[in-house]
Design a protein around this ligand. Structure first.
Ligand SMILES: [Zn+2]
Length: 285
């Protein structure tokens, strides 16, 4: 077998709605569709991100096993628990695997699994999450071995959270992007600021500079046409710019929601847009 990759995809999941009118206007609130990527080569494999619920963690582990792979490392791209609460299930299936992340992201990951945050995450997914969450260990350097081929963790700063990173696999012209690039899915802009949005745009530039052909986004529309890197980076740049302009011209959540929905009628997980609009323009809900 030679260097290759494969993607495990989960559909949007229902969650309780916290924004007024969403269910009447759109339908059930959902968590975005998500991915985990397995990169493998002769003698080794690397799993990038590992989803959130116990069931997803178990299904992901079974999927990796079904491919005859034993990940040496599990790399977590950024400190959002929906990308690593599945870790205990992966480690139960692959006890030799080493969970790692950027050293500077570990404190935020530990915060994500603190009792206070776990209560928040459990509110989204009651009785579906591990009771023994695990944070990764700091990666020494930036190299992630995949059998005989190198992959590199590249820090890109703040995107939809601080200390984000992507995994670059030059041998596959591939970037596994975590939350830096979204594929035809509304981008998480709740809690964002002009600075954080500008930083996100710079992170997209950093990914573009890698000149990869393929990006596997952490959140990918199940109906996405492809994983083309240039298309996705271009679309995300435009979404950020349109959101910025729309925010400036809107004085209430509905205005921003209407503008962005008109411009992006087909993106996955509109709930993400509503949450951002009510957070940035709403009165306290
Ligand atoms: Zn995410």
């Amino acid at each position: 077998m030679s260097l290759d990759f494969d993607v495990f995809v989960v559909d949007p999941k229902p969650i309780p709605s916290a924004v007024p009118g969403f269910e009447d206007a759109v339908g059930p609130a959902t968590w975005p569709p998500s991915t985990s990527t397995l990169i493998s080569d002769d003698g080794g494999a690397l799993l990038v991100d590992c989803l959130i619920t116990e069931r997803e963690g178990r299904e992901l582990a079974a999927w990796v096993k079904s491919r005859g792979r034993e990940p040496g490392y599990v790399y977590i791209t950024h400190p959002h628990a929906d990308h690593f609460l599945g870790l205990p299930e992966i480690l139960a299936a692959f006890p030799e695997a080493r969970p790692v992340a950027l050293a500077e992201s570990i404190a935020a990951m530990e915060e994500q699994i603190s009792p206070r945050y776990m209560q928040v995450w459990s509110g989204f997914f009651p009785s579906q999450l591990t009771s023994k969450p695990v944070a990764p260990a700091p990666l020494a350097g930036t190299t992630l071995p995949v059998g005989d081929s190198p992959a590199t963790a590249i820090p890109v700063g703040t995107t939809d959270t601080g200390h984000s990173s992507v995994v670059h696999v030059p041998g596959l012209s591939l970037v596994v992007s975590g939350d830096v690039v979204y594929n035809q899915t509304h981008m998480w802009l709740r809690g964002s600021t002009p600075d954080s949005r500008a930083s996100w745009a710079r992170a997209l530039d950093a990914v573009a500079a890698l000149e990869a052909d393929t990006v596997i986004a952490g959140h990918r529309n199940p109906l996405a046409t492809d994983d083309d890197a240039r298309r996705q980076i271009g679309e995300c740049r435009r979404y950020l710019a349109d959101f910025e302009a729309g925010l400036e011209r809107s004085s209430a959540p509905a205005e921003l929601i209407d503008r962005m929905t008109a411009a992006y009628p087909d993106l996955a997980n509109p709930y993400t847009l509503w949450v951002a609009a009510y957070d940035l323009l709403g009165t306290q809900t």
